[in-house]
Design a protein. Structure first.
Length: 332
């Protein structure tokens, strides 16, 4: 059950709504695909926003976005070189799997960088236009964050990338067992999607990347909420794209974005549901000139099932692997 959002939740939710909604509302001056990339850049950057000093916020948020863009550019350079692309994907996924979930910044950053590389195959090339759009979204998110911290300071728990970096250096990471399991699971899921002739095997890889997670004793419960929330988000996005006019997507995205911080703090199933729906609706807006994303959203449901099935297999093997792997981290 959700409780009434706190003042901090409302402030953060309004930041998400303004940062994502503003470019989407300016379709008379900005093309829809560019506006969608700006909105996605703003959302990713806000998710990376640490609770620390302004200078560290600037470095963390812009640095994170630049790393994402660099990974996307590398992905575009490796198109047509399948073996090199797979090797790079395994490397990025291994790095993404190292930070523990409580290391909020580096855990998210690793997944976002790997996701940016994977998205190249899903049809989001790192062109100059998309790079500038993502940077514009990042700058807008950073500006709003700095204004909010000065005008409407919150009491949110402080966390800093510098502290997390010291935690990593002290050995607070998942280790090689999970590090190798995550990229191999992504590769197996994408090969399965290719075998089943899925429209974009990359989305299966993204499902594994964001659903699979080593956690403490309640890992299976959290993973179950991720899976259920992702499937609900896909279903709701498909219903919206199929039966609602496209002009309503902007307002639906803004309304949903307001509740993202509350759901993240209180109910992970609802957060997974809302964030999945928001991303798919924004992606559909970006693809309206090509007829929209309705057909591909149907595949998102299948992609999610494929990815989640492989996550279940890998987590079971991880649990068994603890008996033989020395110095392993806590795995579910």
């Amino acid at each position: 059950m959700l409780t009434i959002p706190t003042k901090d939740d409302w402030i953060r939710g309004c930041l998400y709504a303004i940062a994502m909604g503003t470019p989407l509302l300016l379709e008379q001056w900005i093309t829809r695909d560019v506006a969608a990339f700006i909105a996605l850049g703003a959302m990713f950057t806000l998710r990376l926003a640490p609770r620390c000093q302004p200078l560290h916020q600037i470095m963390a948020m812009l640095g994170g976005m630049l790393l994402m863009i660099s990974a996307g550019i590398l992905g575009s350079l490796l198109l047509g070189h399948r073996e090199l692309a797979i090797a790079a994907l395994l490397f990025f996924s291994f790095i993404a799997g190292q930070p523990k979930p409580e290391l909020t910044y580096f855990s998210l950053l690793g997944k976002f960088v790997a996701a940016a590389f994977v998205l190249e195959e899903a049809g989001f090339p790192a062109t100059l236009t998309t790079v500038l759009a993502y940077l514009s979204g990042a700058l807008m998110a950073l500006t709003l964050t700095l204004m909010q911290s000065r005008l409407f300071p919150t009491r949110a728990t402080s966390w800093s990338p510098s502290n997390e970096w010291r935690e990593l250096l002290s050995g607070h990471f998942n280790g090689p067992l999970y590090g190798f399991t995550l990229p191999l699971t992504i590769l197996a899921a994408m090969l399965t999607a290719d075998w089943l002739h899925a429209q974009h095997a990359s989305w299966v890889g993204l499902t594994v990347l964001f659903v699979m997670q080593v956690d403490a004793a309640n890992a299976w419960q959290k993973i179950g909420m991720r899976i259920a929330g992702t499937l609900l988000g896909v279903i709701c996005a498909y219903i919206a794209v199929s039966y609602l006019p496209s002009w309503s997507f902007v307002y639906l995205v803004m309304l949903t974005a307001v509740f993202l911080p509350t759901c993240l703090r209180q109910n992970y199933l609802l957060f997974s549901w809302l964030i999945t729906m928001v991303i798919l609706l924004v992606v559909d807006l970006a693809m309206l000139q090509q007829g929209g994303d309705e057909f591909l959203i149907q595949w998102r449901f299948i992609d999610t099932l494929i990815g989640c099935s492989w996550v279940a297999v890998s987590l079971t093997l991880l649990r068994l692997g603890r008996k033989w792997w020395p110095n392993q981290p806590d795995t579910p």
